[in-house]
Design a protein around this ligand. Sequence first.
Ligand SMILES: [Zn+2]
Length: 298
Amino acid sequence: MRVWLTTGTEIEQGLARLNPRLCYYVVLDVADAAVADAVLRRQPVDRLLLAGAAAGPSLLPLVRNALGDDRILKYLRGDFPPATAVPDVPVRLAEALRGLALGAPGDTVAHGLFPSTVTKLARLALTLRHEYPAEQVLAAAEHAYVSGRPYHAHDAVACALVHPDVDTTELVERYTKPGYDWRGWRSRRKTARIVAWARRHGYVAEPLRCECRHDRFAPPVYSWEAGRTLGNWIMIRPLLTLVARDPEQRCAVFRCIRCSRLWAEEVISMRHGDLYYGYPIAAADALAWLASKAAVKP
Ligand SMILES: [Zn+2]
């Protein structure tokens, strides 16, 4: 909704009413630049940032002038995850960003529970400034999609990925593994976009890709899923050396000569012969893994 503010009082009241959610529902424009400029010069920085997020073409250059900063303004007017890297926040703007962040990554907000884009962006920028303790951000990211949470805390995941003191290896592995949780594809796609964004801007290290493609496969849960691994197994078999075999269970453990990961091999008996397939396993001890495998068999 576009709102034209004409008098000084209207502009004053229009800016006073803005909050991190409302600035996505209204576009504020002004008829008289001189009047607006005088009002803007009297506004605190957090009002200016919100005004910038809601500003239409006639208001935006005035806010930019009053704020004396274009980078943060551009960032707050953008999407989440942002198109660019997270900008450094000048000290004089940090306090105002705290007002927009409405708490820590993953926190619900008073207006409609889930944080709006400007709030998520503010949390992200403050995270880079060490605003939130690493353990707190990591815990929020780990519980981001727990069922029963009021909202999917994509902001917590993004903040953990950019936090200078959070080790993101496990988090990335957890959220990029296929079939790891109960969420719908829209939410999972959003997480994938956040991880890709974090990789693109160097917040997360590129995964070490091995030709065995262990990062692409998971142990099959259902027997039909085993079929998906057949092609890969035939292809990577020359890369693997045998570590241990249990002929009774018709099961074996191999090690990749490039990355040292362990792979398990199993066999399906078909009418015309046996089909071997393999999948990566997390175990470090091949014999213990074979023994546990035997224990679960009927
Ligand atoms: Zn490998």
